[in-house]
Design a protein around this ligand. Structure first.
Ligand SMILES: Cc1cc2nc3c(=O)[nH]c(=O)nc-3n(C[C@H](O)[C@H](O)[C@H](O)COP(=O)(O)OP(=O)(O)OC[C@H]3O[C@@H](n4cnc5c(N)ncnc54)[C@H](O)[C@@H]3O)c2cc1C
Length: 448
């Protein structure tokens, strides 16, 4: 039977980072990946001629970002697009009111000011909240404290709901009060016009990556001379001194992926308090542009916009008039079984309430389905009510000295991101080697 020093399960950014650093340190490493491609939840579709990122798009803030440092060193072209973090006013946004009319600049500024006012209070309310409070609970407290009239309160309430859905793909009452604690952006946000998947492709070059190897079981033993892991996959079995397991939380929680013996505390408890979300992208390419000039995004308020409320202008990125919207949280569930044509019709009806018959039929629609993807089971993990931010880092507690969990959900500082995947892969490599490893030296040592 094949034996390696470390087996890495999953060829997303976390697994490839760990594997690359371990290989650079001289280890014999094998990466087992269920899909027929690397990259996991970074996935660029080039079938239409332009690069469409069906998974991650943004670096949410490039100031002091190791991910920005690495992607820059790899020569990945980037475009500033500072609107990814559901920010109300960091860049120009066309706001439409509940009646479908565009808000004046003064009205939009007053609305953004209301959000900032509530956010300042919200931070205090969250800090003082009892364990088991939801983001919906703390939002209601912060809103009530303003003593605004019903209309003004409702507009900000909607915004906070949409933030929970767009940032974490979950209804506001299902997200823990601390579920958006990480939601701060340092510096500009950027996207990659040539595709985010370049990162994974470069990290994987020259590594022993076995595609279409679906892992079903990881047996581990931390006992002295017997210590090690045995991994069963769709093509056979192998043994290793250690395993780095980077499959998403939804896979870890599923009966199709067994860890034997089962994960001990505190890891098991932390895993049980996280859950995969529902967050799908809908790209609409149009024959011509019909929306407002010089804005990064379009947002609509009011009950008619409960399902579709935000559209992001990707025209500069795609080279064609393209809007991106999200089916997030309840909308992702509601539209799960709809055809692309039904989704397009629903989005177009909303856009026509704002722009009338100027809205043409789209040339193309691309839509993701991460919630039904067996190797993702959602887009990323969120904190269920009752969890604590530290549950993320706790997930990465080494098990028996031989089993190391990594991946976006294992990084408290900035979970649910590519940054988290990168940093957690780096941490796993350090745990395996028992020594510090330079992350910034990683690109210099990639094959040219
Ligand atoms: C729609 C969407 C939008 C997003 N937007 C952003 C964004 O703008 N910015 C941002 O920073 N982040 C974003 N994210 C999150 C980001 O993509 C992820 O946090 C990150 O890519 C996760 O990397 P990972 O290595 O932890 O997991 P993954 O990339 O999921 O890697 C895990 C790998 O394990 C494999 N695997 C699963 N099961 C098995 C098995 N049984 N056997 C073998 N292999 C298995 C998977 O196929 C996968 O390749 C987004 C994600 C989605 C889906």
């Amino acid at each position: 039977m094949t034996h390696v020093d470390t087996v890495v399960i999953g060829a997303g950014v976390s697994g490839l980072t760990a594997a690359r650093l371990l290989a650079q340190a001289g280890q014999r490493v094998m990466v087992l990946e269920a899909r027929d491609r690397v990259g996991g939840r970074t996935w660029t579709d080039r079938s239409s001629g332009s690069a469409t990122d069906r998974g991650a798009s943004w670096i949410h803030g490039i100031t002091d970002s190791p991910l920005d440092e690495i992607t820059t060193a790899l020569g990945m072209r980037k475009i500033e697009f500072t609107v990814g973090g559901y920010q109300p006013d960091s860049r120009p946004i066309a706001y439409y009111g509940p009646d479908g009319e565009r808000l004046s600049d003064a009205a939009a500024a007053a609305f953004a000011a209301d959000i900032h006012t509530v956010d300042a209070r919200l931070a205090e309310v969250i800090a003082a909240s009892a364990p088991g409070s939801s983001y919906g609970d703390v939002a209601e407290t912060a809103l009530a404290d303003q003593r605004w009239d019903a209309e003004r309160t409702e507009r900000v309430r909607e915004y906070l709901r949409h933030r929970s859905e767009e940032q974490y793909g979950v209804w506001i009452d299902e997200l823990d009060a601390h579920g958006l604690d990480d939601d701060s952006i340092e510096g500009d946000e950027v996207v990659f016009p040539d595709g985010y998947d370049v990162l994974a492709t470069r990290l994987a070059e020259g590594l022993d990556v076995r595609l279409e190897h679906v892992v079903s079981r990881v047996e581990w033993s931390g006992d002295g001379a017997q210590s090690g892991v045995r991994v069963a996959h769709s093509v056979g079995e192998l043994t290793a001194d250690r395993a780095v397991v980077t499959v998403p939380v939804g896979v870890l929680q599923s009966p199709e992926f067994r860890i034997d013996p089962t994960l001990p505390e505190p890891v098991a408890g932390a895993l049980g308090r996280l859950a995969m979300n529902r967050f799908e992208k809908v790209f609409l390419e149009f024959p011509e542009r019909f929306w407002d000039e010089n804005v990064y995004a379009i947002r609509r308020q009011g009950p008619a916009a409960l399902r579709w409320h935000s559209w992001y202008d990707l025209s500069a990125l795609h080279g064609t008039p393209t809007l991106l919207t999200f089916a997030a949280g309840p909308t992702a569930l509601e539209t799960r079984d709809w055809s692309d044509a039904e989704v397009a019709a629903s989005v177009l009806a909303s856009l026509r309430e704002l722009y009338g018959e100027r809205v043409p039929e789209p040339v193309a629609i691309h839509r993701t389905d991460w919630q039904d993807d067996p190797f993702a089971r959602g887009s990323y993990a969120y904190m269920t009510v009752g969890s604590v931010p530290e549950d993320h880092d706790v997930l990465a507690t080494p098990v028996g000295g031989v089993l190391h969990l990594a991946g976006e959900a294992t990084w408290t500082d900035d979970p649910a991101t590519v940054t988290a995947a990168l940093m957690s892969g780096h941490r796993a490599a350090e745990h395996v080697l028992g020594t510090e490893v330079s992350l910034s030296a990683l690109p210099d040592r990639l094959p040219r």
